[in-house]
Design a protein around this ligand. Structure first.
Ligand SMILES: Nc1nc2c(ncn2[C@@H]2O[C@H](COP(=O)(O)OP(=O)(O)OP(=O)(O)O)[C@@H](O)[C@H]2O)c(=O)[nH]1
Ligand SMILES: [Mg+2]
Length: 206
């Protein structure tokens, strides 16, 4: 686990906002509404509820930039695919996400979150191609791993990989915000691919 000295929700971008010109590397979290993006960000920041989470899907309707230790940013992207918003709003969120992927100068790594229980949707497949088409390194996080039996995890990971047609070598990490399964591995990926450090788990435990 990376040592967290301070976290700050520094920039919140709506549909018409200009993206910030950050000087530190950015790591983005994408995935459908309610998949657990804000919960993962809280777990990585070691905070209970700094990033807002809810029972109510569609909560994060902005792009939120969390400054971590003045060292890097976590970028919480709006969740897509929430059935109850209009087609027009869905299209706007899509454009926001795509615009961010195309324009960010500091984006190093994109986590695509998929609920471990379900087969990825068409939206998830599109998101995966947006990530790779824009030249980013994708990591799949299979969220809510506490909701299935441990013996079923490998089978579900395989199903997710197959449906997304992931490229050879794409990491896929089962994660639970409850048990924190996968948290250290995700931090190691961030250290290696966004911070350029060898992620050998050399940091002190909390
Ligand atoms: N059991 C379990 N529940 C989780 C986990 N991660 C998230 N949840 C729950 O799922 C719901 C949605 O989590 P969020 O983190 O708000 O999801 P989100 O992707 O940020 O959602 P939007 O902001 O709407 O796009 C909340 O009720 C969380 O408590 C997990 O690992 N295990
Ligand atoms: Mg959220």
């Amino acid at each position: 686990m990376h040592v967290i000295k301070n976290v700050n929700l520094e920039t919140v971008c709506g549909i018409t906002s200009t993206l910030p010109e950050n000087i530190h590397p950015e790591v983005a979290f994408a995935g459908k509404s309610n998949v657990g993006k804000s919960s993962l960000i809280n777990a990585l920041m070691n905070r209970k509820s700094y990033a807002r989470t809810s029972q109510q899907p569609g909560k994060t309707q902005t792009i939120n930039f969390y400054n971590i230790n003045d060292e890097l940013y976590f970028v919480d992207l709006p969740g897509y695919g929430y059935a109850k918003v209009s087609t027009e709003i869905k299209a706007k969120w899509g454009r926001m996400i795509e615009n961010y992927l195309q324009k960010s100068m500091q984006l190093r790594l994109v986590f695509l979150l998929i609920d471990i229980r379900h087969e990825p949707s068409q939206n998830d497949v599109h998101m995966y191609s947006w990530i790779t088409d824009n030249g980013f390194y994708p990591v799949i996080v299979a969220t809510k791993s506490d909701k299935i039996n441990r013996s079923q995890i490998q089978k579900h990971l395989k199903m997710i990989k197959n449906t997304l047609h992931v490229q050879e070598g794409t990491p896929i990490v089962p994660f639970s915000a409850l048990s924190k399964q996968g948290r250290d591995e995700i931090w190691e990926l961030i250290e290696t691919y966004a911070l350029g450090e060898p992620g050998e788990g050399e940091d002190k435990d909390e």
